[in-house]
Design a protein around this ligand. Structure first.
Ligand SMILES: NC(=O)c1ccc[n+]([C@@H]2O[C@H](COP(=O)([O-])OP(=O)(O)OC[C@H]3O[C@@H](n4cnc5c(N)ncnc54)[C@H](OP(=O)(O)O)[C@@H]3O)[C@@H](O)[C@H]2O)c1
Length: 353
């Protein structure tokens, strides 16, 4: 049985690969060209996790790689190579994605929408009726600010704050159409914001909280007036605002376990989320601690109240979200996020180091 993985060298993909290898899956990494071959990057990552000799041996004996060009209709393999690949695959984890908030809609669509279309084409061309494990995101809920987002929902009526959200929404739509029109077999996973409290390492890609911190750091350097006056910086946050952050180790475990237990042809959509929303005040407090900048998040704060909203517009909307996510699918399988580690201010502080 052959499991193909796109995006295996990314933050989530590396954790998925580790979980799949733990179950002794034979993996074919579909990776774009890179100076370091994908298996080398996987091995380096496993070492950062403290993998023992046996885990490294399994990785060396269970991994193959095929270079692909996701944006090409035949994945850069030509018609025959494409067909040969299609006929070998039993399961495909589609985890590759352009997650940058800075990409234009056109750029984000090239990887996220066209890439998904080409992967679906590959699965349709194959003779083995493969199972697709599609990595979507809770961000497909777009600009919806509040309420409980249900797993069955895929609703564009709130619009989108970023090209990332819109392109991931469109990509997930393609998967649902593939299921209904071609009888494709699919599991859709929608993780929330993934992080880890393990120390940063050059052989592990950054997670979104680290990316946010890098951007906040750049903003503080560009706008010294924000911190140059006495007293805390004002960043008012509405009561109840929160986000959902989940340890990546649990997310990868739950996704791989849910796929292993999946039977039958019925498609499933799983929110992969923390059962507790993280109050936005705790995220901001942890960022403030990280940069040594005291922050006042109360609505009473009067100095420069909209600063971050103006200077980091890609994140501004996120400060006032209070929406939560149904997590019934994984809960039914006994795979809901455990209560520990608690994702709170201390967790975020550790994740930023
Ligand atoms: N991180 C999160 O919090 C989070 C939350 C929800 C959903 N997700 C979803 O999870 C998936 C992975 O996210 P991530 O955080 O692991 O991102 P990441 O660290 O940026 O990794 C992205 C992966 O996709 C590959 N990739 C990107 N563009 C590609 C292209 N044009 N052709 C082939 N491969 C390409 C990258 O390859 P290289 O190594 O060569 O760059 C890398 O392996 C995405 O679909 C994202 O939407 C992530």
């Amino acid at each position: 049985m052959l499991t193909a993985v796109t995006g295996a060298t990314g933050f989530l993909g590396l954790h998925l690969v580790r979980e799949l290898l733990a179950r002794r899956r034979r993996l074919l990494l579909l990776a774009r060209p890179h100076p370091l071959p994908a298996p080398v990057r996987v091995e380096r990552f496993l070492r950062t996790c403290g993998a023992d000799a046996e885990e490294l041996r399994v990785a060396r004996t269970h991994l193959q790689t095929r270079e692909i060009a996701l944006e090409d209709g035949f994945l850069g393999l030509g018609r025959e190579g494409f067909q040969r690949l299609a006929d070998r695959i039993d399961v495909l984890w589609h985890c590759a994605g352009d997650i940058s908030f800075g990409s234009s809609l056109q750029q984000a669509r090239r990887t996220n929408v066209d890439g998904t279309r080409h992967v679906l084409r590959l699965l349709t061309a194959g003779e083995r009726a493969p199972l697709l494990c599609h990595v979507s995101t809770v961000a497909v809920a777009g600009a919806r600010p509040d309420g409980v987002v249900e797993e069955k929902e895929l609703d564009a009526s709130f619009g989108f704050n970023t090209p990332y959200e819109q392109s991931k929404f469109e990509a997930e739509g393609l998967v649902h159409r593939w299921v209904s029109e071609y009888g494709g077999r699919a599991l859709v996973f929608r993780p929330s914001c993934l992080a880890t409290h393990r120390p940063a390492h050059p052989d592990r890609p950054h997670h979104p909280l680290q990316v946010l911190a890098r951007q906040v750091g750049a903003m503080l350097r560009r706008h010294p007036e924000l911190t140059g006056t006495p007293g805390p910086m004002a960043l008012p946050v509405p009561a109840g605002a929160g986000t959902n952050v989940l340890p990546v180790e649990h997310a990868a475990y739950a996704m791989v376990e849910a796929a292993a237990r999946h039977t039958g042809d019925r498609p499933r959509i799983h929110h992969v989320v923390n059962r507790r929303n993280l109050p936005m005040t705790e995220v901001i407090a942890a960022l403030g601690d990280h940069f040594g900048v005291p922050v006042d998040t109360s609505w009473r704060s009067s100095r420069a109240p909209q600063d971050m909203r103006r200077t980091l517009p890609a994140y501004a909307y996120w400060l006032s979200f209070s929406r939560t996510y149904e997590g019934a699918g994984l809960a039914r399988l006994g795979l809901a996020c455990p209560a520990r580690p608690v994702v709170d201010r201390d967790y975020v502080a550790a994740a930023l180091h």
